[in-house]
Design a protein around this ligand. Structure first.
Ligand code: PMV
Length: 297
């Protein structure tokens, strides 16, 4: 029996713009998905195409137990974390000798297949490696880790990443003179922010600008706007939506002293707050038997 876990992710900067070859900065965050795999004679009985994909890609049979701290379909990369943790547990249980980089590549291939081509390597790379990562046109560079105080606000409004990506694509096609400069500005914000990673006060200001640009692209949602405003009013350095938008989650970068107040302000808007920070481990082995609950993910 082997148990592995993998973290979720947030976008600090650059979502949507990365789809058009611009840079993006993503960070692994602490809520995790835990997966236990045990060798067996039958394929796993699960409803998740991601987990099925992992077993068929590795060409093995066995049972699987999943426990997730990450809400699904909320832009926190839960499907990537499930895929990375499952592949890592299979690799360990069957002694297949795959490296972390192999796991990241395989997880991306599985996500891409399940999501019919609409997946970027961001979620799977960040979940397997942990830390802060700069992504540009398929290349990834790890940036120095920072101990940010982050509050995630989950609107509990489900969203579809592929629909939001499609929407921005047609907006760009119809109004290139308007959309291209917005994407260029997101690029500039992201590349400027890289030089201020150790200064959360400045970084917060850039997050606010990035959020305004995402609003201009039309990917926010009234609840996201409300949470962003509430977080700023409660003392966050900055706040923005994270991921595809149209629902899902926002993040607030906070001074240590105000993270509880910011979380309270978010919960006061009927949303769910998670106080968290960077995860620098990526996929990691857990003590056996940590998982109790079997799910049909
Ligand atoms: O909502 P998420 O976590 O799937 O993030 C989507 C981010 C996009 O930039 C909109 C798309 C992508 O694949 O990078």
């Amino acid at each position: 029996m082997a148990t592995w876990s993998a973290p979720g992710k947030v976008f600090l900067f650059g979502e949507h713009a990365v789809v058009f070859g611009k840079p993006g900065i993503a960070m692994a965050v602490k809520p995790r998905v835990y997966v236990t795999v045990r060798k067996g004679r039958h394929p796993p009985r699960v409803k998740s195409p991601y987990i099925e994909g992992c077993f068929s890609e590795m060409d093995v049979k066995g049972s699987v137990y999943v426990h997730s701290q990450l809400p699904s379909s909320s832009g926190l990369g839960s499907s990537a974390a499930v895929t990375v943790a499952t592949l890592s547990a299979i690799n360990d249980e069957f002694d297949l000798g795959r490296t972390r980089a192999d796991i990241a590549d395989m997880a991306f291939a599985i996500e891409k297949k399940v999501q019919k081509g609409r997946a970027s390597p961001t979620d799977t790379y960040v979940s397997s490696h942990g830390g802060i990562v700069l992504i540009k046109e398929g290349t990834k560079r790890r940036l120095p880790p920072q101990s940010f105080n982050i509050v995630i606000g989950n609107t509990l409004v489900s969203h579809s990443t592929s629909r939001m990506v499609e929407m921005v694509g047609s907006f760009k096609q119809q109004e290139p003179d308007i959309v291209d400069p917005i994407l260029d500005s997101i690029d500039a914000v992201c590349m400027t922010a890289i030089h201020h990673l150790s200064d959360p006060k400045i970084l917060g200001r850039y997050m606010d600008i990035n959020h305004a640009l995402l609003e201009a692209l039309g990917v926010s949602h009234p609840t996201l706007t409300r949470l962003v405003m509430a977080a700023r009013a409660a003392g966050a350095y900055g706040a923005k939506l994270t991921g595809a938008g149209g629902g899902g989650c926002m993040i607030a970068l906070c001074p240590k002293r105000s993270k509880t107040r910011v979380a309270g302000a978010i919960e006061g808007c009927d949303a769910k707050a998670i106080i968290t920070t960077i995860d620098t481990d990526g996929a990691r082995k857990e003590h056996e038997g940590k998982i109790a609950r079997k799910t049909g993910r």
